[in-house]
Write a protein of this length. Structure first.
Length: 75
């Protein structure tokens, strides 16, 4: 989560797939998601490609593809 209150959430399928990866790959993916919501140079809702008929966006982390949504919590 960032100072601006942004958080990320994986789809249930992406969570299951993440659990099956090595700890190193999991850390790499989670670090990238944390970077997206904390970077002053990125606007989380504009990051990634929208998935049709879904609240999730497709993002790429190396060779991995994820379904993730970004939201800003009320402060």
């Amino acid at each position: 989560m960032s100072d601006d209150g942004w958080t990320w959430e994986l789809s249930s399928k992406a969570e299951d797939d993440l659990d099956a990866l090595s700890p190193a790959d999991q850390d790499r993916i989670l670090d990238k998601l944390d970077e997206v919501v904390s970077s002053p140079w990125r606007d989380p809702p504009d990051y990634g490609e929208p998935l049709q008929n879904s609240p999730y966006k497709k993002i790429r982390v190396g060779e991995f593809r994820l379904s993730v949504s970004f939201r800003q919590d009320d402060l």
